[in-house]
Design a protein around this ligand. Structure first.
Ligand code: KG4
Ligand code: ZN
Length: 332
């Protein structure tokens, strides 16, 4: 729940039961949404100390994402707004990640460091990798995106090969901190020289071939000390290959489009190496980097409420027409 850009509550129901299946099971996710949506909304109102009659609008994601879960949220949001006689705003999930940096109390550097327009945003999540020129609110140019796996997806798939479970990003991140990133030189995919697109499936395959070549066994690695050292070194080497390309392309985009501010967003922006390397590189080149607080990097309700509030301020929305599935290029 957000008031004038300030977070009053941000309740997240983590669906930990997916871990046992090694990934999100869409049908189970939508059933859990259905079961949890009322108690979660009650909790959000309670924590914010707000009565539902005091709300000015309701926002929900209309995509992109898993259709079953989206249907639950979208229809519940519309019904709630209709019942309360207040506007409903549908929010593009990727657009919400961009504005997670605008949540007051959202930036790691305090409330006065909101990004200045225009800026470059790197959105890296489980489903997307997008490099976006943000001219002003709701005016974007997509500079590049992944042509195959998303950055988070690569982390999750490599973690699975290493027997680390789901979600893989945080697990690789933690192990990589003990490892040597120069241990294996995995390929960095830049595509063509000036391209702002990304590709991570080749990297994923080369990790797979490497593991086959050395006969790596995920099971043995938990038992033997020397295997654990190998594991942390592989994590660090893989992570370095992802982070290097993300940082290089983002900085190059900031230079080309002559902006002063850079933001990162989405689940992978929680990655400690990405945060550190992007921070150092941006500082060296004279850019200001804005990174969301950890809890606003991964999916959260506050960022959806934020964009809902920004849109309600800008336009006299009262539309129940939002349908599932926005254009993936943020053309709204
Ligand atoms: O934005 P998000 O919560 O959900 C989507 O919209 O997809 O991103 C989830 C993704 C997962 O792939 C997860 O492994 C990755 O973000 N992730 C990380 C880290 N924390 C989450 N990847 C690398 N390092 C992390 N610390
Ligand atoms: Zn997301």
């Amino acid at each position: 729940m957000v008031e004038d850009g300030k977070v009053l509550s941000n309740i997240i129901s983590s669906q930990v039961f997916h871990e046992q299946y090694g990934g999100v099971v869409p049908e189970l996710a939508s059933r859990a949404h259905q079961k949890l949506i009322v108690p979660i909304i009650k909790q959000a109102l309670g924590k914010a100390d707000v009565e539902k009659g005091e709300l000015d609008g309701v926002a929900a994601t209309y995509g992109p994402g898993l259709i079953g879960s989206l249907l639950v949220g979208l229809n519940f949001g519309k019904a709630m707004a209709y019942g309360l006689g207040i506007p409903f705003v549908g929010v593009n999930h990727m657009e919400a990640h961009i504005f997670s940096n605008f949540l007051r109390d959202g930036s790691t550097k305090g409330k006065n460091t909101q990004p200045k327009f225009p800026f470059i945003c790197l959105t890296v999540s489980g489903g997307h990798t997008q490099l976006i020129y943000v001219k002003k609110p709701f005016e974007y140019t997509m500079l590049g995106q992944t042509i195959d796996d998303a950055a988070g997806e690569a982390f999750d798939k490599v973690a699975k090969m290493l027997g680390l479970g789901y979600p893989g990003g945080p697990k690789i991140d933690k192990l990589a901190q003990e490892g040597d990133k120069t241990f294996v030189s995995f390929p960095r995919s830049y595509l063509s020289e000036n391209s702002f697109d990304f590709s991570f499936s080749g990297l994923k395959t080369s990790v797979l071939y490497y593991l086959k070549k050395i006969g790596f066994s995920a099971k043995a690695s938990s038992a033997r000390t020397e295997d654990r050292q190998l594991l942390v070194n592989i994590c660090a080497s893989f992570q370095a290959a992802v982070v290097e390309v993300l940082v290089d392309k983002t900085i190059r985009a900031a230079e080309k489009y002559n902006v002063k501010d850079i933001t990162i967003a989405g689940g992978v922006s929680a990655n400690s190496s990405l945060r550190k390397d992007m921070g150092e590189e941006a500082a060296a080149k004279g850019f200001r980097l804005h990174i969301p607080k950890f809890e606003y990097c991964t999916d959260n309700g506050a960022m959806i409420a934020m964009v809902g509030w920004m849109k309600l301020k800008e336009y006299p929305y009262n539309s129940f027409d939002f349908e599932l599935g926005p254009a993936p290029n943020l053309a709204l």
